[in-house]
Ligand binder design. Sequence first.
Ligand code: SF4
Length: 352
Amino acid sequence: MKNLSGIVRPLVAWYQAHERDFPWRSDPSPYRVWVSEIMLQQTRIEAALPYFERFMQTLPTVESLAAADENTLMKLWEGLGYYSRVRNLQKAARQVMEQHEGRLPASYEELLALAGIGEYTAGAIASIAFGSRVPAVDGNVLRVLARLLDEEGDVMKPPVRKRLSAIVWELVPADCPGDFNQGLMELGETVCLPNTMPRCAECPIREHCAVAGTAKAAELPTRTTSKPRKIEERTVFTVITDEAVPRVLLHRRDTKGLLAGMWELPNVLSDSGSPHWLEKQVKNCHDAPGGKHVFSHVEWRLQGQVLLVDPFDPPADYRWVDQTELALYALPTAFRLYTALLPQLLNKEDVQ
Ligand code: SF4
């Protein structure tokens, strides 16, 4: 196996000269590094920045996060998706309050024991915020390693991942583990780019790379094709009451599975038709636009209906809310097409 020890110093020097200025870097407290790492899973840095600032202003400490009410938490995360991330964040904050007197533990193993913290996040917090000599291996790092070593195995497969991670464990320098880990990630984000020809001419470690400047660089890492997404045809009901101050019907999802525990607009699989209890209340109905929303494993093809009804007692897990109350709920972006209609509908301008 090729020896990569020569990449450490040039990579660290390059990172220190090129690091981009982000709020969690200018003040890398364990709490800020942790929240930023969770936010950046599945979210681009530019998109996460305003969320991070708002989150820190509202919940500046582990203690405030542990004590936050659910609506505040969901509102702060609204639009980022993958809501289980923020639920785990709070669960872990409560663990930190109970088991570590409100301070994030410095050890990699203790971090790993917290909800929602896997090997990558534990490595990032331990190395960046506490200076521990541990790696933080994410998709960017795996891509860089696969190219440096001309690794043809699928980096998402556990044996390949494990082998590459073991190499990074050996490389992390004791004097600047955070800069080394961030250097590898930054290189992957800005130079050793995914799904295209990387910018090898700008790479500080090209001398050590097995595929520098060759067509093979763009082909790696190898990925075996994943299972196609499941397609679901769904009908979304925007149910509005015919009263002086109109209200909209919300439904709370099951506490397990996709969008667990989130409030949403009522919806059903299109071929199952509208629920009987709802159908008999309808005074007026018109179609709303169709669209789609793509989750990681499922794609929703959406059709919409706006229903005007007299107020009635809905089943458990449903709730009427007026326009003022609606501002307190974080509805998933999957329903954006229909929630965008609500300001007008709740002003009683468009349902008659
Ligand atoms: Fe990536 Fe090119 Fe650098 Fe190799 S030389 S690590 S392929 S950017």
